[in-house]
Ligand binder design. Structure first.
Ligand code: PGA
Length: 253
């Protein structure tokens, strides 16, 4: 059985005071011995704080993005080794907000994936189609293209240390969730695409669903055979909601 993952993407929300309160509440609510991996992704400036606050807990910390370059004259950027240095274990690459608002293309996402792995971080690779692409029946073609670009640059073996997150763009922050069947279909497609190159890696690969996951819909999403947990945005800012989502993932185990 694949160990479920629940990842909380805080996006550009929070403050030192609010984060401290949220993490303290989460630590109280999440039993230390749960059979799932729980990761929070605060904004860059709060990462070191979060690592310190969670030092005694089983929660891990990740970053929402990373520079593709290792170091150098890249004003405003943060490198993978720096994230590792402050105690991050994970990094999100290719989030649809990065692709759409900051024009990150498949090749850049593949380089970020490489940078993460090179520094010993686990990349959480986000894939997903827009509503127009879904309506045009291009979902599989889009996620295949996004996945293939990363496989082509990094090799299939690199996926033994990575996590996938299927996040349909039309479901992110909209309150509109993919149905469990819709999510399952794309997750199974992604797994089969990896399986075509390496069955063992495919069997162990965790594929998360993201897009308006809430306490109330997590259980039915996580009941699908290829949905190994969630990448949670808005609901990760509420300890109660996030705890409910983690509980739903723990049941899956
Ligand atoms: P949401 O965001 O849960 O608020 O829809 C998910 C994400 O963007 O990772």
């Amino acid at each position: 059985m694949r160990r479920p993952v629940v990842a909380g993407n805080w996006k550009m929300h929070g403050s030192r005071r609010a984060n401290k309160a949220l993490l303290a509440e989460l630590e109280l609510q999440l039993p230390p011995q749960w059979p799932i991996d729980v990761v929070v992704f605060p904004p860059y400036v709060y990462l070191a704080d979060a690592v310190r606050l969670l030092a005694e807990s089983s929660l891990a910390v990740g970053a929402q993005d990373v520079c593709a370059e290792p170091d150098g004259a890249f004003t405003g950027q943060v490198g993978a080794a720096m994230l590792k240095d402050v105690g991050c274990c994970y990094v999100i690459v290719g989030h649809s907000e990065r692709r759409r608002l900051y024009h990150e293309d498949d090749a850049l996402v593949a380089r970020k994936f490489a940078a993460a792995l090179g520094a010993g971080l686990t990349p959480v690779l986000c894939l997903g189609e827009s509503l127009a692409e879904r309506d045009a029946h291009k979902t599989e073609a889009v996620v295949a293209r996004q996945l293939d670009a990363v496989i082509a640059m990094n090799g299939i073996a690199s996926f033994s240390d990575a996590i996938l997150a299927y996040e349909p763009v039309w479901a992110i922050g909209t309150g509109r969730t993919a149905s469990p069947d819709q999510a399952q279909a794309v997750h199974a497609f992604l797994r089969s695409r990896v399986e075509a190159q390496d069955a063992n890696i495919a069997r162990h690969l965790r594929v998360l669903y993201g897009g308006s996951v809430k306490g109330g819909n997590a259980a039915e999403l996580f009941s699908m055979p290829d949905v190994d947990g969630g990448l949670v945005g808005g609901a990760s800012l509420s300890a109660d909601e996030f705890q409910q989502i983690c509980a739903a993932a723990a049941v899956r185990h």
